[in-house]
Design a protein around this ligand. Structure first.
Ligand code: TTP
Ligand code: MN
Ligand code: MN
Ligand code: MN
Length: 408
């Protein structure tokens, strides 16, 4: 081994929020294997095991080199016996039997297909699986009563399971920007979620909306949604007045200004303008750049082709009739008061594991409670203010990790 290699390894910190985790890394064969086991654990109500596999995968993603032998893992955190067994098998045989068995199992395949329906979680999928429902088509034939979200999920199943491209995310961004500026001039919109971390595709598009005059953002979501509905952009929407109070992660009694937090889960109807070039040339288009955001993703002018797609409707839904002119896209909108913007931005940029690690770090290492609204210091018994993500990292005693390094 190279001299110093072990020392370097010994310095890899154990919380994902202490490391940079890029999108592209050197250990995809290993992390793909661990991700299957993580996914399976999450689908079968083993959250703890799921997190353990996710942490191990995130550790490997953060390494600056490819792991070729077990000796290179000495001293690394986050790798339990089970993970080490999996890694050893993949390194020696190219595959791991547990991973392959899982990947091919009827239960895993069915639970994945069923949770691939918008509005269907792991618990519901598991219940249906036990009733012999293994595919969206089975579900449709079953005559089960479905809620509005699940009906939309079935109806747009193919579209919603086709990755959203950055070009499509940008097109949605221009629509949301128009809606927001129509109903509240001066409001600011920021691209969050995976696209802010630099991903090229996503399962949805996430936006955070705020207004510099605190209070002006109140009731904004309802107005934005009404505008979008009037323009026929929405196939589905569910607006939640205050997701914060329902969340399990926040402190039990949030300050009263919390109840303004608004969120909308939606499905957009995005024109695909088959064969037409969509050119972004608007210099005022700033939806991914916020004045508070000192590390914005540069929104350079770009020309993109939004290609037509094959109609691959598996379940014979009305998709065939519109396959060339529009597609359904999942979009999440969040409205935050200006004073909480940095917390919302940090909390909604992800990844989910990175967020979880930030909160774990805050509680266990700093006796603080971090949410997407506030940071509470239990020792000082007070909420700490921050005007940027950089300030939040500093308050947490962490080095700043830019969005592109949060792909844990
Ligand atoms: P997602 O949109 O589910 O994930 P993603 O954007 O990272 O990946 P994908 O490309 O597949 O869409 O979630 C975005 C972030 O929002 C994620 O870090 C978790 C966070 N978040 C919630 O999902 N729900 C919440 O209530 C809060 C506070 C944050
Ligand atoms: Mn390298
Ligand atoms: Mn997302
Ligand atoms: Mn989302």
């Amino acid at each position: 081994a190279e001299p110093g290699a072990e020392l370097q390894v010994a310095l890899v910190p154990s919380y994902a929020c202490q490391r940079h985790t890029p999108l592209l890394h050197h250990n995809t064969v290993l992390t793909d294997a661990l991700s299957i086991l993580a996914e399976n654990a999450e689908l079968t109500d083993n959250e703890g095991r799921g997190v353990a596999f996710r942490r191990a995968a995130a550790l490997l993603k953060s390494l600056p080199h490819e792991i070729r032998g077990m000796e290179q893992l000495k001293g690394l955190p986050c790798l339990g016996d089970h993970c080490l067994r999996v890694i050893k098998e993949v390194l020696e045989d190219g595959t791991c039997s547990e991973v392959e068995t899982t990947r091919q199992s009827g239960q895993f395949t069915a639970l994945k297909a069923l949770t691939g329906i918008f509005g269907v979680g792991a618990k519901t999928a598991d219940r249906w699986f036990r009733e012999g429902i293994h595919t969206p088509s089975d579900l449709q034939r079953s005559g089960h009563t479905l809620n509005r979200a699940q009906q939309a999920g079935l109806q747009y199943y193919d579209d919603l399971n086709r990755p959203v491209t950055k070009a499509e995310a940008d097109a949605i961004g221009r629509i949301v920007e128009r809606a927001v500026s129509e109903v509240l001039p001066g409001a600011e919109i920021t691209l969050i979620g995976g696209f802010r971390r630099g991903k090229n595709t996503g399962h949805d598009v996430d936006f955070l909306i705020t207004h510099p005059d605190e209070g002006k953002e109140e009731g904004l979501m309802v107005k934005v949604v009404s505008w979008l509905e009037a323009q026929d952009f929405l196939l589905y929407q569910k607006t939640t007045r205050n997701s914060y109070l329902e969340s399990k992660d926040g402190p039990a009694r949030p300050p009263s200004n919390m109840d303004r937090f608004e969120r909308c889960f939606s499905i957009f109807r995005l024109s695909t303008h088959n064969g037409v070039r969509m050119t972004e040339t608007d210099p005022h288009s700033h939806f991914s750049v916020h004045p508070h955001d000192s590390h914005p993703t540069p929104q350079t002018c770009r020309t993109v082709d939004v290609l037509s797609r094959e109609d691959s409707s598996e379940i014979g839904q009305p998709q065939s009739s519109h396959s060339q002119s529009w597609r359904a896209v999942r979009v999440d909108l969040v409205v935050s008061p200006y004073s909480q913007f940095s917390f919302a931005l940090l909390g909604w940029t992800g990844s989910k594991l990175f967020e979880r690690e930030l909160r774990r770090w805050a509680v266990h290492e700093k006796a603080m409670t971090l949410s997407s609204h506030t940071l509470y210091d239990s020792k000082q018994r007070q909420y700490l203010r921050a005007n940027s993500e950089e300030e939040i990292f500093a308050l947490l005693g962490l080095e700043y990790v830019p969005p592109c390094g949060r792909n844990a």
